[in-house]
Structures are given as C-alpha cells and as structure tokens.
Write a protein that binds this ligand. Structure first.
Ligand SMILES: *[C@@H]1O[C@H](CO)[C@@H](O)[C@H](O)[C@H]1NC(C)=O
Ligand SMILES: *[C@@H]1O[C@H](CO)[C@@H](O)[C@H](O)[C@H]1NC(C)=O
Ligand SMILES: *[C@@H]1O[C@H](CO)[C@@H](O)[C@H](O)[C@H]1NC(C)=O
Length: 384
C-alpha cells in the first residue's frame, strides 16, 4: 500500500502484546490519540511537542511481530515537515481523530498546528483532508473558511454522515472544542457553515478532573460526537457532549444539514438535552451501535468505558459501565466501533503526558478490543 521506506531512528519501537485480541502497547515519546479501524489500523500523532515525525500512520493487522512499525500514511513525503515553512503547504501537520466512512474514504481535520504544548506554531490553516483508501490518493482538501473559525478554535474530532448508496451527499460534522461551535461540511456543495449553541460550551464545575493521579482543570467544549442509524424520516440523530461536562445532548441531522435552520439565531429548541450522566462522567469520545441503539462513552474520571441504551431515558442509573481498570484504562481517550461491531478503545495516560511526563518503563499506550455484544452483556442496564 503506502511507501514504507523511512529515515532511520524517527519512530521508537512499539511493544505489542495480546490481551483480548489485540492489545497494542505503544511505547512512544509522543501521544497517540486516534484509532480507527479499516483493513488497516491507523494511528495519528499530534505534534503536541516537537519531534513528531509523522502525524498519520498505520500498522498492518497482519503484522504479528511484537514491535510492529508505524508506517506513515499516505507516505513519508506528506508527513515530514520541512524546516522552511514555505515548503509545508502540501504537508500534513497535526491530525487528531480521523473517520473512515462507508464509502472507503478517510476523513481528517488537519489543525495545522505544531508544537502545541510549546510555542504553538500555526504552519497551515485548518483543513479537511479526504483520502480514497482504495487508491491512497488525496481526493479533496478543503480549507475551513474564516467564518468557520474563532480565535480559540481547536478541531480534534470529525464524524462523517455518508451512506454507501449516496456517497456524494456526505456531510462532515466537526466539533470546535476551543471555540464552542460545530462546523458542518457538505461534500456535494463543497461548502461549510458554523453553528452556535449554548450546549456546545463546557460546564464550569465539571472542568476539574483527576485522571491517573493528575489533577487538572480544562475548559474543553463540544468534543464527543456519535451518529445514530437513519430514522424513518431519512435523518440521523447526532449525540454530542462537551468534554468538561456530565450531560449528553442531541440534534437531528435534518437541522445540521440545512444551513438556514442550523445557523438561525433562534435555533435553540432544535437541540435537545438527553440527560445527566452522573458525577465523574466526563467523556472524550463516544460511539453508537446501530443494531442495539447503545451509545458507548469513554469515562475518563472513572478509568472506564460507559454505555447508555438510548431506548431508555438518560440518567445516572441508566449509565452503565462495561469495563473499568485502574491501570489499563487510564485516560481512555478514543473509542470506535468497526463494521464488524468490534469496540476498540485507545488509552494513553494523556494527563501524565502533558503535566508530568511519561514513565517509559511502564506501558503508557494501549489499544483494547472487544465485541459490542460482549461489552453490552457486562452491563445489565444497557441490555434491552
Ligand atoms: C498473524 O496471526 C493471525 C492469527 O493468528 C494469522 O491468521 C495470520 O496469518 C498471521 N500473519 C502472519 C503474517 O503471520
Ligand atoms: C472546494 O472548495 C475549495 C475552497 O473553496 C476549493 O479550493 C476546491 O477546489 C473546491 N473543490 C472542489 C472539488 O470543488
Ligand atoms: C431548510 O429549511 C427551510 C425552513 O424549514 C426550508 O424552507 C428549506 O426548504 C430548507 N432547505 C433545504 C435545502 O432543505
């Protein structure tokens, strides 16, 4: 598939060990954030600190070696930054989460920002990148418009609404966790619009968190997004929450896709409060299983993965726990459900990484996998 030749010494070895089926244990000096499963297994590295060689990488799932190497996607050329920034306009700088749609396309938002915890260098403006996974060609690059951005904008997630029989009518929903908004991109129109809503903000009392023994205060707004299956009216429900928040909200994609309705200053009642998830229920990412209507949510303050059967009202009692582990699930950062209904989780001790530095003698990054059905069977409240 992609070019596997690479300069020596850029990427440390990865330790790999079998836990459930795959428990890749990544020992790297940089923080992996994203896991999305296709026929390959893709990991993104954000340039949180300088020294990151490649932001978008994969390992082959056929690689059974204890240290599978990360392979840059689509190639080294695109990932390796030049010291002369003028030459970096065609490069990938810092990609957080990615999404693979039902039309074999890989979508990513490149924040364009390097050395995020250091000097914070804006190398390029934020852009949506779309790759065709069958050819590994970049088929679209869309720079977000000025009107999509706020001074504190930060785009760390992207969710795609596409059906295999209607690939040209795809939409991307991109939460802005720093600017408290949601950007919608229409593939057909090749245009975007920004939505404002109070529910995109954080809850001031819930930015105080302790994860892996590290206490910190964050102000991250809307971050976790998950799409239901299509309803009878042809639209889906987008479930969403701010990271520093203990509530879950929703909105119909019928609202999001209609620019006039979505950007109307009187859009307040188009959005719905689903409910309160209980204390310590702050969550990064979520994922929806269309067969059971169960929403899975990372639970960073509990070292756990939670679940909610969306056929039931959301409250503290109806938020179940499908997995909890005070070591393996420290900072469960990303979660995804693949086409075969496997549930994948990436934990990465991110708070330690940012505030204390990682102890490289211990395992800091894990990718864990189970099936959706096994996960649900471990929580009575999430069963139908
Ligand atoms: C890796 O292991 C799997 C499962 O045991 C096996 O099916 C596959 O052939 C192995 N791949 C290689 C390249 O040995
Ligand atoms: C989409 O819009 C961007 C910016 O407006 C433009 O650069 C690009 O060529 C357009 N792509 C297509 C396929 O129309
Ligand atoms: C958007 O919604 C408005 C108001 O309901 C409606 O008049 C318009 O036809 C819709 N636009 C599209 C493209 O569906």
């Amino acid at each position: 598939m992609a070019d596997t030749s690479r300069p020596e010494g850029y990427i440390n070895k990865i330790k790999c060990k079998t836990l459930i089926t795959y428990d890749y244990v990544l020992q790297l000096s940089i923080s992996p954030f994203c896991v999305t499963i296709f026929f390959i297994f893709i990991i993104t590295y954000q340039r949180w600190k300088s020294g990151v060689a490649s932001t978008l990488n994969y390992v082959s799932l056929d690689d059974n070696s204890t240290s599978p190497l990360l392979i840059p996607y689509p190639d080294w050329e695109t990932n390796l930054l030049d010291e002369d920034d003028e030459k970096n306009s065609e490069k990938q700088v810092s990609i957080f989460r990615i999404n693979i749609d039902k039309c074999d396309r890989l979508w990513a938002v490149d924040t364009g920002l390097a050395d995020i915890l250091g000097e914070g260098k804006q190398i390029s403006s934020p852009a949506i990148l779309v790759y065709d996974l069958n050819t590994d060609k970049l088929i679209r690059k869309y720079q977000l418009k000025k009107s999509d951005l706020e001074s504190k904008s930060f785009f760390a997630n992207i969710v795609i609404d596409a059906e295999p029989d209607n690939c040209d009518n795809a939409f991307a929903y991109i939460p802005d966790l720093g600017g408290y908004g949601l950007v919608v991109y229409s593939w057909a129109k090749n245009d975007s619009w920004r939505i404002h809503h109070n529910f995109f903000h954080f809850e001031p009392l819930y930015g105080d968190m302790t994860v892996g023994g590290v206490n910190f205060q964050w102000t991250d707004g809307v971050f976790g997004l998950a799409l239901s299956d299509k309803k009878d009216n042809g639209y889906k429900t987008l479930y969403f929450h701010a990271l520093a928040s203990v509530r879950e909200f929703s909105v119909s994609t019928e609202v999001l896709q209609n620019e006039t309705v979505a950007t109307d200053p009187h859009n307040y009642y188009q959005f719905k409060l689903e409910g309160y998830k209980g204390e310590k229920s702050q969550s990064t990412t979520s994922g929806f299983d269309g067969k059971t209507d169960v929403l899975f949510l990372t639970q960073i303050s509990k070292d756990a993965i939670g679940c909610w059967n969306t056929k039931k009202p959301l409250n503290e009692q109806n938020l179940g726990i499908v997995a909890q582990d005070n070591e393996k699930l420290i900072f469960p950062n990303d979660l995804t459900i693949d086409q075969e209904r496997n549930l994948w989780v990436l934990s990465n001790k991110m708070a330690n990484f940012i505030y204390r530095g990682l102890n490289t003698d211990e395992i800091n990054y894990r990718v864990l996998k189970t099936t959706v059905d096994d996960a649900i069977s471990s929580s009575a409240v999430c069963q139908s």
